[in-house]
Ligand binder design. Sequence first.
Ligand SMILES: *Cc1c(COP(=O)(O)O)cnc(C)c1O
Length: 474
Amino acid sequence: MDDFPVGRGSFDPAPPVAEQVWRHVIELLERERKEIAGRDVSAPVDVRRLRDAIGAYDFGRPASPGEVIDDVAELLRTTTVHTTHPRYFGLFNPAPTLMGVVGDTLAAAFNPQMAAWSHAPAAVEIEAHLLRFLGGRLGYPPGKVAGSFTSGGAEANLTGVLLALTRTWPRYGEDGLRGLPGRPVLYASAESHLAWLKIAHATGLGRDAVHLVPTGPDLRLDVQRLARRVAADRADGDLPFLVVATAGTTGAGAIDPLPELADLCADLGLRLHVDAAYGGAAALSDRLRPALSGIERADSITVDAHKWLSVPMGAGALLSTDAEGLAETFRVTTSYMPDGVPDTVDPYTSSQQWSRRFMGLKLFLSLAVAGRAGYAEQLDRDAALADDLRDRLTSTGWTIVNDTPLPVVCFADPGDGTWEHHDALAQRVVGSGRAWISPVRLDGRAALRACVISHRTAPSDIGELVQAVNDARK
Ligand SMILES: *Cc1c(COP(=O)(O)O)cnc(C)c1O
């Protein structure tokens, strides 16, 4: 490939060079896609060699684009845990759809500034349309859906907390926490995602304000214990304001009892946020949607598109029906931002980020091409593959230790229940390169965890995984 011509007064290469670069990238990506299933899912990394290879770039002189692209691709190929592999049974990281990758590319190239509607009308309206679609599937009245795309679930959850604080205490925005008559506390299950601790740290609530409520044996939040804890905290003078239900816990895919929690919140005057970062995708399947029943009663909901909806990172979403509350939470006006356009909302005034990438496009293209029914088929297929995995594990002597309609399978060796044993088994499987799984502790009990998350996973991959764990146990 030609050298990148420097000194032309712009970063734009000559048109033939630009085309060569694109063709080179397309060939590389297609080769990766064809070869991925034949590779090891992960491989050991030599930190020193990796740093030396990267450190060789002192940026002292220009390099040829083709060489740099190949060099970086090689580093990624040889060191990355391949979440794009059909036997990556991991932490909700999907193999991205082709349309998702194309969407991210278009978003980068057009680079619409999502802060102000007037800068990016089509981009802002596409995201609003997607939020109405997702919110509608989750059971919100589509005409009332508000919210925003976020970098991921953590930002969406943060937004839910800020909205809850702002709505519970109208003076919170001006006076801050010290203007409140006591210490606000929120509740989530002991199996919830611990982004809540970072959020409590960042908001000034403090980590101790996150009260983790024990789960029952089914790994779902225990509603009776929650009710008792709220009463005790109120008696102590604390100010309970928010209950977080998790719909699809990271460890076990457990879905907290949403209708009971919605009833309790209504009774006690608490807000309800549902963290459905992973599980929310199930709303697209008519078969799986009933598992989320009650989610429509939440004040706000987190859904990640970059998990089970299979778009590239990062794309999460915060959904609510409270446009006014979001506008109050993020309100700001400046002289240097463009004037608002009638009947539109500038995203920077209703979400945490200011300058923002067009995150929704990768989901829009993926949904438009696969169709809602195509997504439903894929989600149902993953659920069926997980059922197949449960059967094969049970029939080869493993005990299934979680119960969820979602394709998260946690299993233990009845012969040796220790953490060391399960950790060693996971390491052996991962070390073999045949599959990627992880050890997990569920309510103190050690297990192995396999999540069917890749649209590329086929029944033969389930068979290979079962063989790999059985070989590891030998
Ligand atoms: C992944 C996940 C998060 C964090 O989301 P990010 O997209 O990683 O920021 C929070 N909660 C749950 C239940 C998750 O699965």
